[in-house]
Design a binder for this molecule. Structure first.
Ligand SMILES: Nc1ncnc2c1ncn2[C@@H]1O[C@H](COP(=O)(O)OP(=O)(O)OP(=O)(O)O)[C@@H](O)[C@H]1O
Ligand SMILES: [Mg+2]
Length: 397
């Protein structure tokens, strides 16, 4: 069918034509926003899940809810080895700009800008690399607020002042942090500490995070009370009914239907993983000759979808690994054949490779840092990418 009218959207953070199966999270977040804006105690949300399950898309949708309520919002993507201070300053600045123009008292706005500048200027030289953003130049930096150099204390002061400004307008500030697992432990602890203090004050500012499945563990390891600070939401593959909706609703907007068997086959192939749903939906649409889309069309399209996934979704990630890391992943994949690609013990990986466990730590740590693998339960690792084990086994023929 006409590729120009193809409604599907495979891609990183690509807004799906139908955000299927996330109604509960959206409703919960609306309640959170209302409660925070009215100064009631409330936990913020942290989304976690495998690659391609729709964390970024959900984070963006939650942000949309905050924007609808005229909140100040901003989003950061955390990076390994990058300090939080300047990215947070930049994000807070953007969020404040969204609300400041509605504020009646320009002096208050300038005072907050001065604190933000003081906070930003405390960034160490080495932490500036790669960030072009400069703090506002039209106000002088405040002295003695948010500029102690202690990230937690400075965040508390910055967040307090920014939240006060938003409260004057009856709204709040929401910061969204994607790839949150990449924040190093000490900074994560500082961020949790600041969120804890802010929520005790009842100040209308929340931090919403998203990251890989080990993010909740990383948060708890950084501060023992992190579990009580956030509501952890596991973003997972879509149940059958939601996966069908993700396919059918966009098609219906183009007057196209699926027959039931085609949907059966698509669910079997995609396992309900949102990225796969979009990828298979897209090629199936192009291969189909008309409505309804049939099983034959799916079969026709499947090799192309697999090919595209092999290059874009799996291959691109595999390429980023060193030879030692690739060996490690292949051993994981071989073991995974017996565990339905669930977590595998690092000790088993070592014996599979005929190596001492300690000698494999650099490969394991490298893979974790690259976000290809995560430490599941104690002494076990798993792929962050769904179907990755199956893909690697397929590579071997
Ligand atoms: N609820 C949903 N319904 C339908 N499609 C979805 C849904 N959520 C995400 N998608 C689609 O899945 C793909 C992956 O989404 P997204 O980039 O948000 O995943 P992610 O979890 O952030 O992945 P990564 O860990 O790689 O960053 C996109 O093409 C998006 O359109
Ligand atoms: Mg993402």
């Amino acid at each position: 069918m006409d590729p120009v009218r193809n409604p599907y959207a495979p891609g990183a953070g690509q807004r799906p034509p139908e955000l299927a199966g996330r109604d509960r999270e959206m409703r919960q977040f609306e309640v959170t926003l209302e409660r925070v804006a009215s100064g009631r105690p409330e936990r913020s949300m942290v989304l976690s899940g495998l690659r391609g399950v729709g964390k970024t898309v959900l984070l963006n949708a939650l942000r949309g809810l905050a924007v609808q309520r005229a909140w100040g919002t901003a989003k950061i993507e955390a990076r390994p080895d990058q300090s939080l201070r300047l990215p947070v300053a930049q994000a807070v600045n953007a969020a404040v700009r969204e609300v400041a123009h509605r504020h009646r008292d320009p002096d208050r706005v300038d005072a907050v800008a001065g604190v933000l500048k003081a906070f930003a200027l405390r960034t160490e030289l080495k932490d500036r690399k790669g960030i072009r953003w400069q703090p506002p130049t039209d106000v002088p930096a405040t002295k003695g607020r948010a500029d102690s150099g202690d990230l937690e204390l400075d965040l508390i002061e910055l967040f307090t002042d920014v939240a006060d400004l938003a409260r004057d307008l009856g709204v709040g500030i929401a910061l969204f942090i994607d790839e949150m697992q990449d924040i190093e432990t000490e900074q994560l602890a500082a961020l949790c500490g600041a969120c804890h203090e802010i929520s005790q004050q009842g100040a209308p500012l929340i931090v919403v995070g998203a990251g890989l499945p080990h993010l909740p563990v990383a948060l708890s390891a950084s501060k023992s009370y992190a579990e009580r600070l956030f509501r952890y939401v596991v973003v997972d593959r879509l149940p059958r009914e939601a996966a069908d909706r993700a396919l059918m609703i966009p098609a219906a907007s183009e007057d196209t239907e699926y027959d039931g068997q085609a949907l059966d086959e698509l669910y079997r192939l995609t396992d309900g993983y949102p990225y796969f749903v979009q990828a298979y939906g897209k090629v199936t649409w192009d291969a189909a000759t008309g409505s309804p889309i049939r099983t034959d069309d799916v079969h026709h399209a499947a090799p192309e979808a697999e090919g595209e996934l092999a290059v874009g979704f799996f291959g691109a990630r595999y390429e980023r690994a060193t030879p030692a890391e690739r060996d490690y992943m292949r051993a994981m994949a071989d073991l995974g054949a017996f565990t339905a690609d669930g977590p595998v013990l690092t000790a088993d990986v070592a014996s599979e490779l005929g190596r001492k466990p300690q000698s494999l730590s650099p490969a394991r740590d490298g893979l974790i840092k690259k976000g290809l693998v995560f430490a599941a339960e104690r002494g076990a690792v798993a792929f962050t990418v769904p179907h990755f084990g199956k893909y690697l086994r397929g590579q071997r023929g």
